[in-house]
Ligand binder design. Structure first.
Ligand code: PLP
Length: 502
């Protein structure tokens, strides 16, 4: 042995002893797990008593103590800090009363899937090392392709959310059209002003900020007007521009409006445009046979984005992109690195997720989709979506009875409404009204501006939102009006279960 060897070995073993703190033994694992599980049980049990929204956000700043270099801290105290500083301030997205924006979910089965994904640390980027995790992602994507009516030859990818899924699709659209930097200022994108901001953002991130964007007119229900699209494309062709991409919405985030996807598909086909459908909100409603006519034409898209962390009720962190032409997706994203040379597939192995997305290493997302789907089966998902459609229609009717001015009958599960005061600015009044509901906090609604009018918004999509939540929302609005000095004439809502007070 080299004279220095034994000192070297004991130094390494000393380090090993310290490093092993990162790898708790079975007893310690059990203790840690009990602490986490105990907290989760307590939170989920307490949810109905907690506010959906807590105006007081000061506790978030207390996260600064303790710091990582203060040494190890007891798990109980850390979970307590997490609860005080993270879970309590602001919105509680797992709450039934999350009725704002496009609510997300938080299926319990997915939380277990995430736990197992992290414990095993399965690699989901490359098929050679993660054949099962990649197969599972393919399976989940095949299921989604079937749901939206895409052919089996389509390809796709599970991303972190709708925004990155959209970026993946936009880059495929760019490559499929063969557009190069010198073409960008002649390429044209068509969308209504209600398209989600993640799409213009994706176009800019894809380096195509110079492309022209045409605002397609909308009808009185804020749906894309096909004739306006045809006219804009014709005018651009006459000018020698390159009509490239048309964006349709299967449910806008603003109001849930569904564009006439079949008519757009006709125009896209005729004009050889890439047709992208943003179905982040509405796509999974095709699980309902009775809803399919409303989304007809989605299956003719070139690319579709879905958000399982919205309408499949998953916890945040999963979006999906589907692309009809699998070559387009691979041409845009496949790369080669010599350090990964042994991962290159032999004949028939199939492509890896890394070849169809900007990501290489990624969270093993398929498990959090697969586990709840197989554990519960499809039927409860259908019932949950159907329930939300009915709740939105119920709310739309009841809010009208209370005397609110209501937006159009909802295509999906978003209802817009406002109170028109007898005098003074309606916009200022409704802003005060939404703030009043935020101070109340039992439910959390948001607002938007449509044609210069400040509107409140109620979005029913959280899986825990049921009839009692909607009755409570009506009650919260009625009480907020009263605090602003207005006594709604309309019939009181039949709030049998809705009177839960703080
Ligand atoms: C949420 C949403 C997006 C963006 O998806 P993220 O998952 O938030 O990145 C895009 N379009 C619509 C219609 C959405 O509702």
């Amino acid at each position: 042995m080299h004279p220095n060897s034994s000192r070297e070995r004991s130094r390494i073993l000393e380090l090993e002893k310290m490093a092993r703190a990162l790898d708790p033994d079975a007893t310690e694992r059990d203790r840690l797990m009990r602490a986490a599980h105990g907290y989760a049980q307590r939170l989920l049990t307490e949810l109905p008593e907690r506010p959906a929204y807590n105006h007081d956000k000061s506790a978030a700043a207390e996260l600064r103590q303790p710091q990582a270099d203060d040494g190890p801290q007891p798990i109980g105290q850390l979970i307590e800090r997490f609860d005080e500083s993270v879970v309590r301030p602001g919105l509680l997205p797992s709450h039934a009363g999350h009725l704002a924006y496009i609510p997300g979910g938080g299926l319990y089965a997915s939380s277990l899937a995430d736990y197992l994904a992290a414990v095993t640390n399965e690699y989901a980027g490359v098929r050679f090392v993660g054949p099962g995790s990649v197969e599972m992602e393919d399976l989940v994507l095949d299921w989604m392709a079937g749901v939206v009516g895409f052919p089996a030859s389509a390809d796709g990818n599970l991303a972190s959310g709708g925004s990155i899924a959209s970026l993946t699709a936009i880059v495929a659209a760019r490559e499929a059209a063969g557009l190069r930097a010198r073409d960008f200022d002649r390429a044209v994108v068509y969308a209504t002003p209600h398209i989600h901001q993640c799409l213009p953002k994706a176009i800019r991130v894809a380096g195509m900020g110079e492309t022209a964007r045409r605002d397609i007119a909308v009808d009185e229900n804020l749906r894309l007007c096909p004739r306006s699209l045809s006219e804009l494309v014709a005018a651009d062709r006459a000018q020698g521009l390159l009509p490239w991409l048309v964006l349709g919405s299967a449910g806008t985030a603003d109001t849930g409006a569904i564009d006439p996807l079949d008519r757009i598909a006709d125009i896209a086909e005729r004009e050889r445009l890439w047709f992208h459908v943003d179905a982040a909100y509405g796509g999974f409603f095709t699980l309902l046979p009775e809803f399919r006519p409303a989304l007809a034409g989605m299956e003719r898209a070139d690319s579709i984005v879905l958000d399982p962390h919205k309408s499949m009720f998953l916890p945040y962190g999963t979006g999906a992109v589907l692309v009809r032409n699998r070559d387009a997706l691979q041409d845009a994203h496949a790369y080669y690195a010599s350090y990964l040379q042994d991962t290159v597939e032999s004949e028939g192995g199939g492509r890896s997720p890394a070849a169809v997305s900007p990501e290489l290493t990624k969270h093993f997302r398929a498990l959090r989709v697969w586990l709840p789907l197989l554990l519960h089966g499809e039927e409860p998902f259908r019932a949950c979506l159907r329930e939300k459609l009915e709740l939105a229609r119920y709310f739309h009717r009841e809010i009208g009875k209370l005397g609110f001015e209501v937006g159009p009958e909802p295509d999906l599960t978003v209802v817009t409404f406002r109170w028109v005061p007898d005098s003074g600015s309606a916009n200022a009044f409704n802003q005060a009204l939404v703030e009043e509901t935020h101070r109340d906090g039992r439910v959390f609604m948001s607002s938007t501006t449509v044609d210069g009018r400040f509107m409140l918004r109620m979005a029913a999509l959280a899986f825990r939102t049921h009839l009692d939540t909607i009755d409570l929302a009506l009650e919260v609005l009625r009480q907020a009006l009263e605090r602003l000095g207005v006594h709604p004439e309309g019939r009181r809502p039949t709030a049998a279960a809705g009177g839960r007070s703080r």
